[in-house]
Design a protein around this ligand. Structure first.
Ligand code: ATP
Length: 365
């Protein structure tokens, strides 16, 4: 086990492409850190530099107490799990899992013991003699995990390991990886473009965009205190809504009405000498149907929403609506949708009175 420390790590490819820019990141021993961001943001390149599969152009990379910039992958003592699993088709599960140990010239008895232990943990014992072609996607994925585990490496490096699985299996494997990582306590760096994976798996999440780190924080910090509009819009599903506002007389004037500011936010904006024109981010849960509102203790403006589309996901219903004078916006208002019977009428557009209960949602940052 080991900490992983990146200081000013930069990657410039020979064609001049600057894929990763000046990344500073301290990953604690045993921590589960997710690198997340849209395609091309540099997350795989960052992981590959940690693995030693890509050279570092500038900066320092430490694993444990060693600077490893110039060490070959096998000297870094990290185990990589790829999206493609990279299993050898001619080897059975036992041979695939034991392969790294065979390479390291570990004796046969030890290899067998370690493979069987890992197979037990991963529920693969009864498949040890099968070839990858005769396994399901989820089982192959577990073999790839097993091959990483048997080495007992300083760190696991995983590049989108679940993206070839169907949605249900992905959720199952997600919880399995989470449990496994906690049980083994091995430092893990995990790349994904899926913000749900990022938010559910990571102790901390690194959001990247165009080679730059946008924010590093716990899932809750990213959700509640996004540092910029990119992080605010990237984290959370359905996405945060953005509204133009003017800061005036201690309130935020918007097309939907005035949003009152709590003292803390007002003071923070004053301290920052915030410009008069600001952008307010509203999570979907900030809206509520006035007709269904149970307690009277609300401070937000009330407005008419025109519902454009309803998307039912079973437990949740996403309501896409436009508001008079305001921009198109999305939210989930399950009660609203069911109560007003929109699903029954099948109407294309529907008007509802909505309250923006945003007093506690307007935060600094
Ligand atoms: P994805 O989710 O699509 O895999 P990513 O966030 O992992 O994306 P990277 O693969 O790290 O992104 O790529 C970061 C940037 O570096 C991209 O603009 C990509 O085009 C560029 N890049 C990656 N590999 C090379 C290479 N070998 N040569 C030149 N440019 C590259």
């Amino acid at each position: 086990m080991a900490e992983i420390i990146l200081e000013g790590v930069t990657k410039r490819f020979p064609d001049g492409a600057l894929a990763v820019k000046d990344v500073d990141l301290d990953i604690a021993d045993g921590e589960f850190v997710i690198l997340v961001g849209p395609s091309g943001c540099g997350k795989s390149t960052t992981l590959n530099m940690i693995a030693g599969l890509e050279d570092i152009t500038e900066g320092t990379l430490r694993i444990g107490d060693r600077v490893v910039n110039d060490l070959a992958p096998k000297e870094r003592d990290v185990a990589m799990v790829f999206q493609s699993y990279a299993l050898y088709p001619h080897m059975n599960v036992r041979e695939n899992m034991g392969f790294p140990l065979r390479l390291a010239k570990v004796d046969k008895v030890t290899i067998n013991t370690k493979v069987e232990e890992a197979a037990e943990v991963l529920d693969l014992t009864e498949h040890l003699d099968r070839k990858p072609a005769n396994l399901s996607g989820g089982q192959r994925q577990r073999v790839a995990m097993g091959r990483a585990i048997v080495r007992d490496p300083k760190a696991f490096l995983m590049d989108e390991p679940l993206s070839n699985l169907d949605a249900k299996l992905r959720v199952q494997m997600r919880t399995q990886i989470s449990r496994l990582q906690r049980r083994l306590g091995t430092t893990t760096v995990y790349v994904t473009h899926d913000q749900t994976e990022a938010m559910t798996l990571g102790d901390r999440v690194v959001v990247m965009r165009q080679g730059l780190v946008q924010q590093i924080g716990t899932p809750a910090e990213l959700y509640d205190f996004p540092r910029n509009i990119f992080v605010a819009g990237f984290i959370g599903s359905p996405a945060m809504n953005f509204l133009n506002a003017t800061l005036e007389d201690g309130a935020l004037r918007t097309a939907l009405g005035d949003l009152p500011l709590d003292d803390r936010t007002r003071q923070s904006l004053e301290r920052q000498n915030a410009p008069r024109e600001v952008i307010v981010g509203l999570r979907p849960e900030a809206f509520e149907d006035v007709a269904l509102s149970h307690d009277g203790d609300h401070a937000g403006p009330v407005f008419i929403a025109t519902v454009e589309v309803l998307e039912s996901l079973g437990s949740d219903v996403y309501v896409y609506f436009t508001a008079e004078g305001g921009p198109a916006t999305t939210t989930e208002l399950e009660e609203l949708a069911t109560d007003s019977g929109m699903r029954d009428t099948g109407a294309d557009a529907h008007h509802i009175v909505v309250r923006l209960d945003a007093a506690t949602r307007a935060r600094e940052g």
